[in-house]
Ligand binder design. Structure first.
Ligand SMILES: Cc1ncc(COP(=O)(O)O)c(C=O)c1O
Length: 434
């Protein structure tokens, strides 16, 4: 064992190569700062679990302990309980998915399903296609397995099929193995946009014709505001799509229960990988959730969440319109996030310490790319703070952004004001906003 360089970790030389891909995400680093009570955090995407009545959960826990205590406290099957898998089929039917509960694998949140799928398919250097931008937690997994993430353009209708086609053709010409397309079609994290139905079909066609698997990640689909999102991609393709779902946003993330619905052959391998990673998913969580789904008005509870998030989305969009009218942003129809584009000259990561000083936190856009893009973007989350806090947070953000603009204007950024879009983004995001 040697201790080279400036690294003080005595085991530095012993780590496997893939640990080079393990780094704390920018979101994670922010949690420490943003958790100070005086900071308005528009950074993390924490569901507003306080809106879940305590009695609803307590009742389910008590029932489980009385009726099934020893089973719920025991190790379970590596695939998940049959009862919760049946419920999961009914939940997915709300988005048009039909199939067999036998092809569902319950996981420790959908995050673990992401990990297992990547583990099954990725050799170092294999290509994963992902939207531009993409979910920071997925990028972390892909990095950990040494995948090469290639971003594909999005606009306000989601992933752009033509860009996908061109990217695939270019990668194939270069002899690069493309293993799957990772996509978040509904209320995208971080972009806040939703993939149209026509594009879903076109993207499936493209992937099918190039032999590329689609990994459809849909934790936000049921959290729509005005009307449901288009049906799931998996609803029209049961061989070429692995679908990921979760109870984290529609119930609570603390249960750590999510799932994958996979083509049968893949599902077999997923179960083995699940057993190897955790022996079995959380038994107690599965029993409590099953009881909750059996005994409570869980759809009514999702309606309550939708109402709360919709009001918060409105608060954020109107505050942006009022305090930062010269910027552009997306207008989400569900989910948790708004994606804001700053003037080119601003660096959202460099600006963050100043924002924290002003007692507001956001996530810099660079967190959502594997290739350094996103400097002039920020992700704002409206799921957790109250509408009043959101207004306060956005007004503080405006102080920071306007201060940076003034500084640049004073110290040589003379052309900068011309580059600031003059049109408000409310309700009308330009196609190239992402
Ligand atoms: C797009 C997306 N996928 C997956 C996850 C992971 O969710 P969980 O592991 O809680 O199911 C998240 C969480 O924020 C997410 O935003």
């Amino acid at each position: 064992m040697t201790n080279q360089g400036t690294n003080l970790d005595p085991w530095y030389d012993s780590y496997a190569d893939r640990t080079a891909g393990l780094s704390a995400s920018e979101v994670r680093a922010l949690f420490a700062v943003a958790s100070r009570p005086e900071v308005v955090s528009l950074a993390g995407g924490m569901p507003y679990v306080s809106a879940l009545p305590k009695e609803m959960v307590l009742g389910s826990i008590e029932k489980v302990m009385h009726a099934n205590g020893p089973m719920a406290l025991q190790y379970g099957s590596g695939q998940g309980t049959p009862a919760i898998r049946e419920h999961i089929m009914q939940i997915m039917a709300l988005e048009g998915i039909r199939g067999s509960a036998d092809n569902v694998v319950v996981t420790t949140g959908s995050q673990q399903a992401l990990d297992l799928v990547t583990r099954l398919f990725i050799n170092p250097g294999d290509v994963v296609l992902a939207e531009s931008p993409s979910y920071v937690g997925a990028l972390g997994v892909f990095r950990a397995y040494q995948a090469d993430v290639v971003h594909v353009a999005m606009d306000d209708e989601g992933l752009v099929p033509e860009s996908l086609r061109e990217t695939i053709v270019a990668l194939e010409a270069a002899g690069r193995p493309i293993k799957f397309l990772y996509t978040i079609p509904n209320f995208h994290n971080p972009a806040g946009v939703t993939l149209t139905w026509a594009r879903r079909l076109e993207i499936l066609d493209i992937c099918r014709s190039h032999g590329i698997l689609v990994l459809e990640d849909n934790p936000y689909g049921l959290l729509y505001f005005d009307q449901p999102a288009p049906q799931a991609m998996r609803s029209v393709d049961d061989e070429g799509v692995i679908y990921l779902g979760s109870f984290s946003k529609t119930l609570a993330p603390g249960f750590r229960v999510g799932w994958a619905l996979a083509p049968h052959a893949i599902r077999e391998k997923l179960i083995l990988a699940n057993e190897s990673a955790t022996l079995a998913p959380n038994s107690f969580g599965q029993y409590v959730i099953t009881e909750y789904l059996d005994q409570t008005d869980w759809k009514g509870q999702i309606d309550t969440f939708r109402g709360i998030y919709s009001e918060r989305r409105d608060a954020m969009l109107s505050a942006l319109g009022e305090y930062l009218p010269s910027l552009t942003w997306t207008r989400p129809d569900g989910g948790f996030f708004v994606w804001v584009t700053l003037p080119d000259e601003l660096d959202s990561k460099a600006m963050l310490p100043r924002a924290v000083k002003e007692l507001v936190a956001y996530t810099p856009g660079t967190a959502f790319f594997s290739d350094g893009q996103g400097r002039s973007n920020i992700r704002l989350s409206f799921c957790y703070p109250t509408p009043e806090s959101i207004r306060l947070g956005v007004s503080r953000l405006a102080t920071v952004i306007n201060g940076e603009i003034d500084l640049l204007r004073t110290f040589g950024g003379a052309s900068m004001m011309q580059s600031i879009p003059t049109r408000s983004g409310v309700g009308n995001p330009p196609p190239n906003i992402l």
